[in-house]
Design a protein around this ligand. Structure first.
Ligand SMILES: [Zn+2]
Length: 113
């Protein structure tokens, strides 16, 4: 049910944007999802359709952009690319990286009218 509440969050973000940017209909939503966010995109799409049914985003298309994860290695003192939270540094193999990016979800663009 994780995706259900994420879908509700997305709709909430859209409705907040509608208030400040003054639009009444959303056609496309570009959603950036970090690889570390553990989001099942198939079910997110499904639940989004469900929660958006009676909203300004009904029938809106969901464009999902994958964002790679990034961790910080304390040994190398540099960022490293990771695809899961348990990955090691790609340079030195150190575990216990600090997650810097790719663990969240955000709307990057909305096509509206
Ligand atoms: Zn390292």
């Amino acid at each position: 049910m994780h995706e259900m509440s994420l879908a509700e969050n997305v709709l909430q973000m859209i409705e907040e944007a509608a208030l400040t940017q003054d639009f009444s209909r959303v056609h496309t939503v570009w959603l950036e999802i970090g690889q570390l966010a553990c989001v099942e995109t198939q079910s997110l799409r499904f639940y989004f359709d469900v929660v958006a049914q009676d909203s300004i985003a009904r029938n809106a298309k969901l464009e999902i952009i994958d964002k790679p994860g990034q961790g910080w290695c304390n040994v190398c003192r540099r960022p490293t690319r990771i695809s899961s939270r348990h990955d090691a540094c790609e340079k030195c193999g150190n575990y216990g990286l600090q997650i810097m990016d790719g663990d969240s979800m955000r709307i990057t663009e909305l096509e509206v009218e």
